[in-house]
Design a protein around this ligand. Structure first.
Ligand code: NI
Length: 392
């Protein structure tokens, strides 16, 4: 698998790797990526690529125009980090306490800058838009960037995410639905507090919260057709102040992940009904509030064909993996695909000894060889897509 070192020159690889390490050292949270944006802007300037800063607060869009009438392909990288304290022990570990690039967005940014350099040095027969988007991990920078017009004139868009299921030099491609709807909910239980020894005088919020957690799992196991992926996780629960009192209030927070709109609606509806009926049964007040998140990524079939062809050519058929299942993670790349056709891929980047360390872990790291593969791949994908679209 390690036959990727000739994909780009060693000099270029080191250039991309240094970019990744610099960004890694100065991670910033969503819509606060000021230093990161400055660094990207400086790098684009050095490359001689015209760009605009301050789009959707901290976003940047670079443009390489060779022929106004020719097709335009966009490449997107997300640039934000997470509120996690890094524990990798890397020499270039985070210098911002409590913030870490634990999802590989430092790598995504470096990859797209690498592709930008390759395309600038040997321009394609069309135009390229480089999108550096803030806040993928939080409220989503994609939507405001689209609203500010970053997709104007774009015919097709590509992006990717680093992942640990495959090694560097492998690319995963998923036909159709690739990621999930990411709803976030909150349930507030308002009961009646009292003495721990006199439960009959109270409405126990802890007991109700516990019932809610169990009942929610029965929605997944009993109401959903098992052939449809669905996850409901209660990740937060808070109630009570002392061991010998019955709590009057509880708060639960969680997320619903689905890939099908009907299944999503069914779970939300059942959750609402369950809360309402438990409230009647126990003389409590239970408020359910759902906040819709990102829609799923649905890869366009033509773009996917291009993505697959270029991967097979660059790294071989054996290293181009057709992903069998969608991920129940979320990705706001989905919003771009609601406007223009495109494809989102997975860049294999498993690091020896780190295979079991998930993204969003304080120990997360990836194999930097992915940077060569990603940059070469995205630049070739741009060239190929322009050629194909020119013929249409
Ligand atoms: Ni991510």
């Amino acid at each position: 698998m390690k036959k990727v070192n000739k994909i780009v020159s060693e000099e270029l690889f080191e250039w991309i790797r240094d970019i990744r390490r610099t960004i890694h050292q100065w991670p910033e949270l969503g819509f606060k990526e000021e230093k990161t944006a400055e660094f990207i802007s400086r790098t684009l300037k050095k490359l001689g690529i015209k760009h605009k800063t301050g789009i959707a607060q901290t976003g940047i869009v670079g443009k390489l125009i060779t022929d106004e009438k020719a097709p335009t392909i966009a490449l997107r990288a997300d640039i934000d980090a997470l509120p996690i304290t890094e524990e990798t022990g890397l020499p270039f570990a985070s210098q911002n306490p409590g913030i870490m690039h634990a999802c590989g967005h430092d790598g995504h940014t470096a990859i797209v800058l690498g592709a930008a350099r390759l395309l600038k040095e040997d321009p394609p027969e069309g135009n390229v838009v480089f999108i550096f988007q803030p806040a993928e991990e939080t409220d989503g920078g994609a939507k405001p960037m689209i609203e500010e017009g970053v997709l104007e004139g774009v015919d097709m868009i590509f992006g990717g995410h680093i992942e640990r299921d495959n090694y560097a030099g492998m690319i995963g491609i998923k036909s159709g639905v690739h990621t999930a709807f990411t709803d976030a909910f909150e349930i507030k239980v308002i009961g009646k507090g009292g003495h721990a020894a006199r439960p009959h005088e109270t409405v126990d919020a802890v007991l109700l919260a516990s019932q809610i957690v169990i009942n929610l799992q029965t929605i997944i196991s009993r109401d959903i057709d098992p052939v449809h992926p669905a996850v409901l996780t209660v990740g937060y629960i808070r109630s009570g102040t002392v061991y010998n009192a019955i709590a009057d209030r509880a708060v639960l927070r969680g997320t619903i992940r689905t890939t099908d709109e009907t299944v999503r609606e069914l779970i939300i509806d059942k959750t609402r009904k369950m809360c309402a009926s438990l409230a009647i049964l126990h003389d409590a007040e239970i408020k359910f509030n759902n906040k819709p998140g990102y829609p799923p990524i649905i890869n366009d079939e033509v773009s996917l064909e291009y993505a697959k062809y270029v991967a097979e050519k660059l790294i071989g058929k054996g290293n181009t993996v057709s992903l069998p299942h969608p991920s129940l993670g979320g990705e706001d790349f989905a919003y771009y695909l609601m406007k223009v056709p495109g494809c989102f891929v997975r860049f294999g980047a498993a690091k020896d000894g780190h295979e079991k360390i998930a993204s969003h872990s304080p120990k997360f790291d990836f194999d930097e060889d992915v940077l060569r593969v990603g940059a070469a791949y995205l630049s070739e994908l741009v060239r190929y897509s322009i050629k194909k679209l020119r013929k249409q």
